[in-house]
Design a protein around this ligand. Structure first.
Ligand code: ADP
Length: 311
């Protein structure tokens, strides 16, 4: 199934949360919505799944306008919302039976479907427990189970691995990748390694706008136009003077102060592709009578692009 989002905009009162975004996703795509907190990811997902009306713009699912066909379209979606609205006083199996019936699973198949989801999401030992008594990770698995129980063609997962431990994260990522082969998946995350591990496509969203769209590899290669040197100096020097001096170096595009540790200052210095800036940086450090602790040249990563685009 394909989803086409055209010129989507959402205001909360005067506040512009989603600013005229357009994109398309197709079957077999696992699209990662990546952005800092407050970027507009959840809002976009709520609108796509028809839980929130847009201020303007349009969403088509396989050519059907979502607003005009919201009931039909809703059945095609499995949705894991950010605040997983589980009924906390129900037993796990009881809740899944309830959701299955609500989602139109035929009555004679409800138990079979529920047991399948319990197995797939690793909930066997929890199925007889009250949801409110589960850990966050297991609640998240119940949320995933309910999203997938009617075998939806489209899965919209808002922060699917939040609150999971590292082993669970790997399991859920593998599950999403498996599902993604036959379905259309959109997931949101603010964790970069998540999109690198799971998605074949990334949309970076910041302050309600799309700032990048491509495969993780494409985005990474786009930024290979820069060299980056990470510099650590002892914090007994004049930080502002050093920053200004670093900025004067020929072929330096940007000097970013990364952080202050207990005894050092750390910078990222971005320069023209293919130029090794280390020698001239170390000269500048000496001129400023600063103590050089370490210097590393590296290729820019998806993390650098993300920081660059969302700062
Ligand atoms: P994300 O999922 O990327 O963290 P959200 O879509 O939740 O971002 O939020 C985008 C912006 O809209 C944030 O600034 C948030 O505070 C604001 N926002 C979200 N929901 C509401 C709401 N119901 N009323 C007013 N503002 C909201």
């Amino acid at each position: 199934m394909s989803i086409k989002v055209s010129n989507l905009t959402k205001y909360y009162g005067d506040y512009l949360a989603v600013d005229n975004i357009s994109f398309e996703v197709n079957k077999g795509d696992i699209l990662g919505f990546l952005g800092p907190n407050g970027a507009g990811k959840s809002t976009t997902m709520k609108i796509i799944t028809t839980y929130l009306p847009p201020t303007s713009g349009k969403i088509d699912v396989d050519g059907l306008d979502v607003e005009d066909n919201s009931l039909d379209v809703r059945r095609k979606f499995g949705y894991l919302p950010e605040q997983n609205p589980l009924y906390t006083d129900m037993y796990v199996y009881e809740y899944l039976d309830y959701i299955a019936a609500l989602d139109g699973v035929p009555q004679e198949k409800v138990v079979q479907k529920r047991n399948e989801m319990i197995r797939v999401c690793g909930l066997e030992e929890m199925k007889g427990k009250i949801i409110g008594e589960l850990s966050k990770g297991f609640k998240q698995r119940v949320g995933l189970a309910q999203a997938m129980i009617n075998n939806p063609e489209i899965l919209i997962l808002d922060e699917p691995t939040s609150g999971l431990d590292p082993n669970q994260i790997i399991e859920i990522r593998n599950l999403i990748k498996k599902l993604g082969k036959e379905k259309t998946v959109i997931l949101s995350t603010h964790i970069l390694s998540e999109v690198q591990a799971t998605c074949n496509r990334v949309i970076i969203i910041n302050k309600g706008k799309i700032v990048a769209d491509g495969s993780p590899q494409e985005l990474q290669s786009r930024s290979k136009g820069q060299s980056i040197v990470t510099l650590e100096v002892k914090n007994n020097c004049d930080k502002n003077a050093l920053t200004s001096q670093l900025k004067t170096i020929r072929n330096v595009n940007k000097v970013e102060f990364v952080k202050d540790t207990d005894d050092s200052f750390i910078y990222n210095i971005y320069g023209e592709k293919g130029i090794d800036l280390r020698e001239v940086i170390s000269n500048k450090v000496m001129e400023q009578r600063a103590t050089l602790l370490s210097m590393q040249a590296k290729q820019s990563s998806l993390e650098d692009i993300f920081r660059d685009l969302t700062k």
